[in-house]
Ligand binder design. Sequence first.
Ligand code: ATP
Ligand code: MN
Length: 512
Amino acid sequence: MKFSVAAARAPPLRRYNKTFTTSQERESRVLSRVCNIAEITFRNVEDGAMNKISVAEARKKAAIGQQVCVQAWVRTRRDSKGGFSFLELNDGSCLANVQVVADSALPNYESEVQKLGAGCSVTVEGEVKASQGQGQETEIAASRVVVHGWADPQEYPLQKKRHSFEKLREWAHLRPRTNTFGAVMRVRNCISRSIHDFFQEDGFLYVHTPIITSSDAEGAGEMFRVTTLNLEQLPKKDGKIDYAMDFFDRPTFLTVSGQLEAEIFACALGKVYTFGPTFRAENSNTSRHLAEFWMVEPEMAFYELPDNMDLAERFLKRIFRDALEQCPEDMAFFNEWVDKTTIETLERIIDSDFERLSYTDAIKILESSGEQFEFPVAWGHDLQSEHERYLTEKKFQKPVILYDYPRAIKAFYMRANDDGKTVRAMDVLVPKVGEIIGGSQREERLDVLESRMKEQHLDPAAYWWYLELRKYGTVPHAGFGLGLERAVQFVTGMANIRDVVPFPRTPGNAEF
Ligand code: ATP
Ligand code: MN
């Protein structure tokens, strides 16, 4: 049994707050954190005072009989012949709208209520009642409707008709008001929390690694430069740019990975993770690449490759399960409107083991597959997306962890195998998205690491601190990186990564 030092010392448990002892209590705590099934706590309000609640809360049976105030945006208005209007209101707290019945007796019924349309912002006060209509348990009988802002129906772009995701990217300031983007953002939030929960519950320490860096963790050179030099008038010395004049006295870049710095902390504190923005200046206009994305990178001392794989598998299953459990309404929406296999795929993955396959065996499978690939398959070449998708979608129909890649195509820090040809790399592939996680066991032997750096024409002196981790108390260690957006893409079934990030950064696009 492997223990942390903290567990072995078994400190007495000291509780400052009421903690939750039964599994039901924990369960209800977990559930109540979920936006759309939050506990409603009605404050004691003075007579006539209004209880401000969200649309999600107003839609619950528990709200019936309460005097409430809801603040939201109008999605639609329907006028009834009976002398009243229905307003559908949404405030982003959940996918569904709350229905408001606005009676013609309201003082501003004709002057304002009957002019409301998509995009207008309102405060509605009234009583929550059981709804007679289909599709909702409750509705609000308005006693007061205050209009905050109008949205001219001639100009407001988000009218009832559906817009393409491409079009909506041009309106990144308005697309959060659509059903799809609201759902994406709630699921993205859920996954972000799930990531922290998973690692925190497992004893990992959250480390904030720098965003500005002078080292290229991937050795691929696809980095954005950070400088305060005047580009119109660069300082020169011996005909070359004089970086001594730059802010940091050296060339600096936006980070492509927090791994190297995370290794420093893993080699002192055991299990750590970084989770932050990451930048890649690769000029690839694909549906799965962004120039700015969020990456979570756990790094663990005393982990070897199989431990790393176990962790990655447990981690992904946890994220998928949390999304299904905590965002049922949004997930049902994606399943209905975006990809009919979304929920089934996630459920199947949670219940089955990932396939683990060496790169060499994968090449054999691809060579004998009888498939016509655009890019030829050959040992020593990186796998293309079509190859990855064949393995995970057709051959195994589940996530596949590929490991032991040729050393020439992988980064210098990956641990060399004894065969002299491969390194302890691993990629986790999932259907549709392809690579979702990339990781490895790190090279902990100083001499091997130095010779690997030279092999890849990197200057060991530039990485002196990284090498010293191997000089003083080196340990086997491993880690991986998961792109948050690829995870959101996979969970929601959204086809393009630009539609699962608030403001996509891609070649030529940085408007918002
Ligand atoms: P790919 O081969 O798909 O370009 P990579 O091998 O360059 O990815 P890694 O350096 O292994 O990626 O990064 C770890 C993870 O970060 C990837 O598995 C992926 O989930 C995510 N990732 C990498 N590059 C991008 C990008 N440009 N946009 C979004 N996510 C990315
Ligand atoms: Mn990778």
